[in-house]
Design a protein around this ligand. Structure first.
Ligand code: NAD
Length: 769
């Protein structure tokens, strides 16, 4: 195997090691790197001992410095690999430690991005210089993949920055810093123009011939103190609470493992001992299910999607040409239109923002003005850029202003008749080549296309609110939508830097259809008599960013009633049985008897103060609607400190209630309801890839990130310990024959839920095969 480190020494004995993996576009911590590092470290050691090398500069021949861990191999790691993995990682860290302690200056000259393992390599150097290159990122984002920095990253950031800053600013957030921000955070020492990188490294070496790490010098003190220092010890108990707050009770092992590795490592004097602790926690995470799920979704699925995995091909198999959009016609300047106009203008497009009255169009533009004023205040943009962005948005009441648009998006009220009328007017105004997109959230595209002459050019472009923050766009092909139109719509979403999923037409498409199952399941529980505070706690512990009743308030019950009625009518028309679990009755009562539609009106399942802040669950849920008659035996204990208290009601004592299900059943009912509906979407061809299901569910509708998305949840299902097995069954993982993992484990658990809670949990046939 070739050594991926190029070796170059100059007359002053400065050795420049340039990393260049011959088999990959970026450097990663793969076998090539590990073997080359071992060989090179040995060689450097000998050369230093012989007095031939007096300083080391580590740099890279790639566009980036070092991309990080080798995710392709990490995702395959199983508990059986733990011992081998531990050996490999500790071996690599021993090499870095050797270079760190050779007694000659060691500088990382980072020509570009250094993330995760990449930054960890650089952290072993005595000095880090970054080239000022556009878009370069620095940080330890492992936590976002369900992992921890196991290449010395925890040990060294804690020793550099102190426990508190390392944990809160770098490790548990996984933030990716620009060079400037990384310097400010203390992760790197200098930022210089790219062509001065190596000169700057040599200059530093000249000024620090005796360089070493602070922690290897006599009298070193950890910034802020070690856990046994009284000043820090008094804050220590708040760390786990902060982490719990950050993950809101979700079953995410990584943040907790990071915390433990950091605190335990900080108590150990020797770097070698601290990094060994780090390795142990890392190996636990990387061989477990959650990291796999998160690597699948946030690395592989995102790569598939952003790499154009769903972009259609022409009949002859060739790619459609890329389209660069210059001018967007935005029809409807309400909440959604205003947001879409902003993201398009920000991406450099001209935007005509059209509404019925000039006042409404201008109000739509004022949304952009507000966002830009904030960005200016925070130093995220300049006066000049901001003005140019705002100048690109032209409020209008005149369809003739759309004459030279290359794409139009309609976001008028959700009403088929109105949309048909508006589309007739749009089509009369725009050029023949213009892409026609509707931002409808529920109306089937095929039906809307009946009011459009160029139906082949018509497509659903479904944004999420608030548009400037939500990363996802759902593209919906109707029956008549041309492939070329889908390709163009994908180019448009790429241009405005959103992540697109591609779905086929269906009521509610993918995201709106599936989120309804989550909300309905929670409302069924309420009807069954479960305490609403317990339902919310179950939602949080399942890992949803917003618990179901809170989310339902945000989405509004009036809309839920409208969609529910349409769905019911469609089901009846198709001859399907309708079992709503009493949810329709609940919604009717909430709206007609108690007038509590949701957050907008300041009253829903929750109470709100005059500023729209939740003050607690509405007492009427217990007093008028009879919720809370069924006890969830383990809810009181498992939710203490996070769930019940923050749900706002304090819950009710459990005595004298009917014995109900365990909390895990509530949690899994929510997750299974969405996962099973996703499987149906795949079976029906509404979805055509697992990646679309996973990314769409996490980024569009808040399906818990630790699962890796709705489809990954099924594929890599791991039965939680709290879900007791039926009498007499022994789990396959304990040598029995009762499936508890993967699709088979999912199917068996779904059948249990179906037997207990209703047929809707019966797994579809495609899962059995
Ligand atoms: P909104 O009520 O805030 O805005 C609708 C705007 O359309 C109003 O400003 C109205 O004056 C304007 N309008 C009506 N008729 C018009 C016409 N003939 N020409 C030009 N403008 C006209 O509604 P919204 O929340 O922005 O939703 C718009 C669309 O986006 C709907 O189809 C909705 O289903 C969809 N959508 C909404 C959300 C959401 O979270 N609100 C999310 C995704 C999709």
């Amino acid at each position: 195997m070739s050594n991926m480190f190029t070796w170059e020494t100059d007359a002053d004995g400065i050795l420049t090691l340039t990393m260049d993996d011959p088999n990959a576009p970026v450097n990663t911590m793969n076998t090539t790197f590990q073997e080359a590092l071992t060989e090179t470290t040995k060689k450097v050691q000998d050369a230093v001992a012989a007095g031939e090398v007096k300083a080391i500069i580590l740099t890279s021949a790639k566009k980036t410095f070092f991309a990080g861990g080798d995710i392709k191999s990490m995702i395959k790691a199983t508990p059986a690999d733990a011992a081998e993995l531990t050996r490999t990682i500790d071996g690599m860290k021993a090499n870095l430690r050797t270079l760190e302690t050779l007694g000659v200056p060691f500088v990382a000259a980072m020509n570009g991005t250094a993330l995760g393992g990449g930054l960890e390599v650089a952290l072993a150097a005595h000095h880090r210089i970054a080239a000022d290159t556009k878009g370069a990122k620095f940080g330890l984002p492992e936590v976002t993949l369900g992992l921890l920095p196991g290449g010395g990253g925890i040990t060294r950031t804690v020793r550099m920055l102190g426990l508190q800053d390392a944990l809160m600013k770098v490790l548990t957030t996984g933030r990716q810093f620009s060079a400037e921000a990384a310097q400010e955070a203390g992760l790197i020492d200098e930022v210089v123009p790219a062509d001065q990188l190596l000169d700057a490294a040599r200059a530093w070496i000249a000024s620090e011939p005796e360089a070493s790490q602070p922690w290897d010098r006599k009298g070193y003190r950890m910034p802020g103190g070690t856990p046994s220092t009284p000043a820090l010890a008094q804050f220590l108990p708040s760390f786990p609470a902060n982490v719990t707050k950050q993950i809101k009770g979700a079953p995410m092992p990584a943040p907790k493992a990071i915390l433990k590795a950091a605190v335990e490592g900080a108590q150990l004097k020797r770097v070698e001992d601290a990094t060994a602790v780090e390795t142990r926690y890392f190996v636990d995470l990387v061989t477990g299910p959650t990291a796999k799920n998160m690597m699948q979704a946030f690395f592989f699925d995102l790569q598939f999607i952003n790499g154009g995995g769903s972009r259609p091909k022409q009949e002859d198999g060739s790619d459609f040409e890329r389209t660069q959009f210059k001018k967007l016609g935005m029809v409807g300047a309400g909440m959604m239109g205003a947001g879409i106009a902003y993201v398009a203008a920000k991406a450099g497009m001209e935007v005509v923002l059209k509404d019925i009255k000039m006042e409404a169009a201008e109000k739509g533009k004022s949304y952009s003005e507000g966002l830009e004023a904030k960005a200016l205040k925070r130093g995220k943009t300049t006066e000049e850029k901001s003005k140019a962005l705002l100048d690109r948005i032209k409020p209008s009441v005149d369809y003739s202003d759309l004459a030279d648009c290359d794409i139009v998006i309609e976001a008028v009220f959700e009403n088929t008749e109105l949309k048909h009328k508006v589309w007739a007017e749009i089509e009369a105004a725009v050029p023949e080549t213009c892409v026609l997109g509707s931002n409808t959230s529920t109306l089937p595209i095929t039906g809307l296309a009946e009011g459009v002459k160029r139906a082949g050019d018509f497509i659903g472009i479904h944004f999420f609110s608030p548009v400037d923050k939500m990363p996802l766009v759902e593209l919906i092909s109707g029956e008549k939508t041309d492939k070329a139109t889908l390709a163009k719509a994908l180019d448009f979403t790429a241009q405005i830097r959103k992540t697109p999923i591609v779905v086929n037409d269906s009521r509610g498409f993918y995201t709106s259809r599936v989120i309804g199952f989550f909300l309905n399941e929670a409302m069924r529980m309420l009807v069954e008599g479960i305490d609403p505070a317990v339902i919310e706690a179950a939602g949080r512990q399942a890992g949803y960013p917003a618990p179901p009743l809170q989310l339902q308030d945000e989405l509004n019950l009036k809309l839920a009633r409208k969609i529910g009625a349409e769905t019911k009518a469609a089901q009846e028309a198709a001859g399907e049985s309708v079992d709503d679990g009493g949810v329709t009755g609940l919604v009717d009562k909430m709206l007609d008897e108690y007038d509590r539609p949701g957050k907008l009106e300041g009253k829903g399942f929750y109470e709100y103060d005059e500023n729209g802040r939740r003050t607690g669950l509405w007492r009427g849920l217990w007093d008028q609607l009879g919720a809370g008659t069924v006890a969830v035996p383990d809810a009181e204990t498992t939710t203490s400190g996070s769930g019940l208290a923050t749900a706002g009601s304090g819950g009710r004592p459990q005595q004298g209630k009917q014995e109900g299900p365990k909390l895990i059943d509530l949690i899994e009912r929510m997750l299974f309801a969405e996962a099973l509906e996703t499987q149906k979407c795949l079976d029906e061809g509404v979805l055509t890839s697992d990646a679309d299901a996973n990314i769409g569910s996490i980024m569009g509708i808040g399906f818990p990130a630790w699962t890796g998305g709705t489809r990954q949840y099924i594929k890599n299902y791991a039965r939680p310990a709290e879900a007791e097995l039926p009498e007499g069954k022994v789990a396959d993982t304990d040598g029995g024959d009762y499936p508890t993992t993967g699709v088979a484990g999912f199917v068996v658990r779904a059948e249990e839920l179906a037997a207990k809670y209703g047929e809707r949990f019966t797994p579809v046939d495609s899962l059995r095969n």
